[in-house]
Design a protein around this ligand. Structure first.
Ligand code: ADE
Length: 356
């Protein structure tokens, strides 16, 4: 993709048709009813790895708890994690808060209104900076996410691998040449086209597409072939044994390390590998608990971006004499209602937290 390669496709007429299509067909979404850059930022971060329908209730709840950047900056960690519980990729929430604190300290609580300054904030990359700058501030910059890459690959009939950073950058630079003055609607129109019309898996709805008359993929019958995305590396598989360690109504929780996967979150205690019953009993004793009964629970899998957890699990009843903070293991014994209310347990454990 060369710098001016998209100008042949995004003529004044096609851009007009695209914007008209968007205005007539856009879904009514909560973040489309605001020009508040903080709200648009939050929506874009939530939408990065999560479907629109799943985001809606989180978005509403988050904004009730933190209606302004300053409120987000001031949230305590447990509350922040609780608001994000179930969305996954918790570093998104931590970066949001880091950035909010910078916005409060360096910009007096107002989101920076330039692409370059947005890009400097933690968790804001080229796509998100472009989306906020164009949608909230009307700045003529492009925002290229997976949806937009698919549309552009098809429109231009490009076989370049969209998993490559070089391809993304080239598409971004080419799209920058054609962003109209109505940059916000243009960004949203491209995203909406990719999400609702120019969809993957052989289901493209070319019959209703405002760009069909210029689309190379359509003309050459390549819609199902494009875009090209090189196969991802296989995920690493990790075997784990998850333990519901509990007395009457309390369950043991363990805080994960501050770095790495699910950093700083509370989890159900677990060990590497698949342990047999005897191994579980000696492990429980080795961390200073006294087991009473043991029952195997069902197996479960959880898929992260680069890792898969293959879990087996045991329900372990222990004697009830231990303190809430259990020094020998560093674990907390937390009453189940308090856990539901105040602790954000990653959804990787949802096959087992349902018992609590
Ligand atoms: N996906 C990413 N950004 C979006 C937006 N603003 N609206 C709908 N879906 C999106």
């Amino acid at each position: 993709m060369h710098k001016n390669e998209l100008t042949a496709y995004f003529t004044e007429d096609t851009v007009t048709a695209l914007l008209a299509w968007y205005r007539a067909n856009r879904r009514a979404l909560p973040w489309r009813e605001t020009t508040d850059p903080y709200r648009i930022w939050l929506s874009e971060i939530m939408l990065q790895q999560t479907r629109v329908e799943a985001v809606k209730p989180y978005y509403a709840r988050f904004l009730e708890a933190a209606p302004t950047v300053a409120d987000l900056a001031a949230l305590d960690e447990a509350r922040l994690m609780k608001l994000w519980e179930g969305l996954g990729y918790y570093s998104r929430a931590r970066n949001l808060q880091k950035a909010a604190r910078i916005v409060v300290e360096q910009y007096g609580g107002r989101m920076p209104d330039s692409y370059e300054n947005l890009l400097k904030l933690p968790g804001i990359g080229e796509y998100t900076a472009g989306a906020i700058a164009s949608i909230a501030f009307g700045i003529c910059v492009p925002a290229v996410d997976g949806n937009v890459l698919r549309v552009l690959s098809r429109v231009a009939g490009s076989y370049e691998d969209i998993a490559e950073q070089a391809t993304k950058s080239a598409f971004r630079d080419a799209l920058a040449e054609v962003v109209p003055t109505d940059a916000g609607d243009f960004t949203q129109a491209m995203i909406e086209l990719g999400a609702t019309v120019c969809v993957p898996n052989g289901e493209a709805r070319c019959g209703v597409c405002p760009m069909v008359s210029v689309c190379e993929a359509k003309r050459r019958g390549l819609t199902d072939e494009l875009p090209v995305r090189a196969a991802k590396k296989a995920r690493r598989i990790e075997k784990k044994t998850v333990l519901l360690i509990r007395d009457g109504d309390r369950t043991a929780l363990h805080k994960r390390p501050d770095k790495g996967l699910l950093a700083g979150l509370y989890e159900l205690p677990n060990t590497e590998g698949h342990l047999g019953e005897d191994e579980v009993l000696s492990y429980i004793r080795s961390i200073g608990f006294e087991p009473l009964r043991l029952a195997r629970l069902e197996d479960a899998k959880h898929i992260f971006t680069h890792i898969e957890w293959h879990m087996i699990a045991y329900d372990v009843r222990i004697t009830p004499e231990f303190d809430g903070y259990h020094g020998a293991s560093g674990m907390l014994l937390v009453p189940n209602d308090e856990m539901r209310e105040s602790f954000a347990i990653p959804s990787a454990f949802s096959a087992y937290t349902k018992y609590l």
